[in-house]
Design a protein around this ligand. Structure first.
Ligand code: KIV
Length: 272
C-alpha cells in the first residue's frame, strides 16, 4: 500500500498502521477547535488529537485534571466538523475511566456518539488494561499513552523525563506489550529517553508516536499551540517552534488598535 498524502482520502487506524509497516513517519498534532482543525487538516496532518491538554492551553488550568467529559466532547465535535482527512483521536479525561471499566466504556461511547470522533486515547499500562479491553469490545479503537502521563502528575510530582531508571524502563516496555496485546492500534510515549523509545518502537508492531521521545519512534506529536508559538513561556528541550504566532498576532492586533484609534480603519472602501 503506497501512502502518499494525495493517495489517502481518509486516514483510518489501518492507514496509520500501514504507515509504520511502510516505514513512513506519522505526523500528529493536537487540535481543539473548528478553525484551527480546518487548517491542520488541509495541511495534510495524519492524526489530530483532541488532547486533554485543552485543559491547559484552552482553559488555562495548571494541569489536565479539571477538564470534564462534556468539555472534551465539545472540543472533539468542533474538530470533527472541520476534518475531511485526518484521523481524530480524543483523550478520555481524568476520572472518566480509571479503575472502572464500565465507566470507561460509557465514557468512550459518549465521545464516539456525541462527537463523531474515530478513536479514544487512555493513559496508563497494566492498571487500565481491563478498561482498554472493554472499550475494544464496543468496536472503539484505542490509542495507549505511556511515559509521562500528565493525568498522574500528582503521583510523579514533576514533569521531568520518565523511565530513566531500569525498573521503570522495564515496566514501560512490559506495559507497551500488554497494550499491544490488548488490541491498542497505536501508542503515545511521552518524555522518555530516546533509546528506550526506540526499543519500544522496535518491539511493537503497532505505531509508537513520541513527544520528547527522540527520532527512533514511528511518528511525532506536539501540542499545536506550542509548535506554532502561540504559547511562548513553555520551552522544553523537545519542542521545535515552527512559527511565532504570539508575536505575529500581537503585531497584527497592535496595528488594528492603532488604525482604529487614528481613524484609518475602516476606509471608505471598507464601508457600505
Ligand atoms: O493531551 C495531550 O495533548 C497529549 C499529547 C501531549 C500527547 O496527550
Amino acid at each position: 500500500m503506497s501512502i502518499n498524502k494525495s493517495d489517502v482520502k481518509r486516514v483510518t487506524t489501518n492507514v496509520v498502521q500501514a504507515l509504520k509497516a511502510n516505514g513512513e513517519k506519522i505526523a500528529m498534532l493536537t487540535a481543539y477547535d473548528f478553525s484551527m482543525a480546518k487548517i491542520l487538516d488541509a495541511a495534510g496532518i495524519d492524526i489530530l488529537l483532541v488532547g486533554d491538554s485543552a485543559s491547559n492551553v484552552m482553559a488555562g488550568h495548571e494541569t489536565t485534571l479539571p477538564i470534564t467529559l462534556e468539555q472534551m466532547i465539545y472540543h472533539a465535535s468542533s474538530v470533527v466538523r472541520a476534518v475531511k482527512r485526518a484521523l481524530v483521536v480524543v483523550d478520555l479525561p481524568f476520572g472518566s475511566y480509571q479503575g472502572n471499566s464500565e465507566e470507561a466504556l460509557k465514557s468512550a461511547i459518549r465521545i464516539m456518539k456525541e462527537s463523531g470522533a474515530h478513536a479514544v486515547k487512555l493513559e496508563g499500562g497494566e492498571e487500565i488494561l481491563e478498561s482498554v479491553a472493554r472499550i475494544l469490545t464496543a468496536g472503539v479503537p484505542v490509542m495507549g499513552h505511556l511515559g509521562l502521563t500528565p493525568q498522574s502528575i500528582y503521583k510523579f510530582g514533576t514533569y521531568t523525563v520518565r523511565a530513566k531508571k531500569k525498573a521503570e524502563a522495564k515496566k514501560l516496555l512490559d506495559d507497551a506489550s500488554l497494550l499491544e496485546d490488548a488490541g491498542c492500534f497505536a501508542l503515545v510515549v511521552e518524555k522518555i529517553p530516546a533509546e528506550l523509545a526506540t526499543k519500544v518502537a522496535e518491539k511493537l508492531s503497532i505505531p509508537v508516536i513520541g513527544i520528547g521521545a527522540g527520532s527512533g519512534v514511528d511518528g511525532q506529536v506536539l501540542v499545536m499551540q506550542d509548535m506554532l508559538g502561540i504559547t511562548n513561556e513553555f520551552n522544553p528541550r523537545f519542542l521545535r517552534r515552527y512559527a511565532d504566532l504570539f508575536g505575529e498576532i500581537n503585531t497584527a492586533v497592535q496595528n488594528y488598535i492603532a488604525d482604529v484609534k487614528d481613524k484609518s480603519f475602516p476606509s471608505s472602501e471598507e464601508q457600505y
